[in-house]
Each structure stands twice: as structure tokens, then as C-alpha cells.
Design a binder for this molecule. Sequence first.
Ligand SMILES: COc1ccc(C(=O)NC2CCC2)cc1-c1cc(C(C)=O)n2cccnc12
Length: 121
Amino acid sequence: CVLKASQKRRPLSRLLEQLLRNLEKRDPNQFFAWPVNDNFAPNYSNIIKRPMDFSTIKQKIDDNEYKSLNCFISDFKLMCNNAMKYNKPGTVYHKAAKRLLHAGLKQLTPQKLRPLGNMLT
Ligand SMILES: COc1ccc(C(=O)NC2CCC2)cc1-c1cc(C(C)=O)n2cccnc12
């Protein structure tokens, strides 16, 4: 039988795509969907040396740049921590980042990941 295109993807990529979709659901305002634009965030690129956003993570999955789940989780944390560094506490973005980080890490615990483990076989 011929595998569908999606099934031809590497097992890790399929897992990361699934996790990414679940994380994106926690960003309903799409504040993290695209790179932050200096025009809307003054001086952003001087303050944040390693920008990260969901579209960049998606591209890295498609380019097979993630060699492990931990590298994926590191980029997710980087994205949230950037927002908590650049935006003052109490701002809509700082609160959204804090909420996203906590909700996201809850989805990435071993207990939650174990059932998906068979996607890696
Ligand atoms: C992709 O980034 C965005 C996309 C859309 C919006 C947006 O719709 N902002 C409206 C809510 C009040 C204006 C904000 C952002 C945004 C994210 C961020 C982050 C993540 O720091 N940010 C910081 C300062 C100014 N704008 C933003």
C-alpha cells in the first residue's frame, strides 16, 4: 500500500506538527503566530536577540531542523520568554505569554506525551 504524503513524514516531524497545532490553539489572538514586527514593537530587534514565533517553528519542523523534542520545547520556551522580557508585566502580551507558557508546558509533560510516543515508532 502506498503511504499518504503525511505518513511519509519522519515520525518526529509528525509528532511535532501535532504538538504545534495544540500549542497554537492556546494563542487565539495569534500574537505568537508571526515574527514580531519592529513597527509595532519599538526597538524589538535590539532587545530580543533570538526572535521566535509559531511560523518559524513550523518552518523548522518542515526543514527537519529539530533533532529532538527538547529542541522544539526550547524554541517554544524562547518564544514565550522573549515576550515576557520585551513586554512589561500587566500588558496583554506579557499575560498572554505567561498563560501560553504554562498551558503549553502542561501539554508537554511525559504523562501527556507518553500516549503520543507510539507516533515515534
Ligand atoms: C505577531 O505579533 C502580533 C500580531 C498581532 C498583534 C495584535 O493584533 N495586537 C492587537 C491587540 C492590541 C493590538 C500583536 C502582535 C504582537 C505580539 C507581540 C509579542 C509576542 O511580543 N507584540 C509586542 C508588541 C506589539 N505587538 C505584539
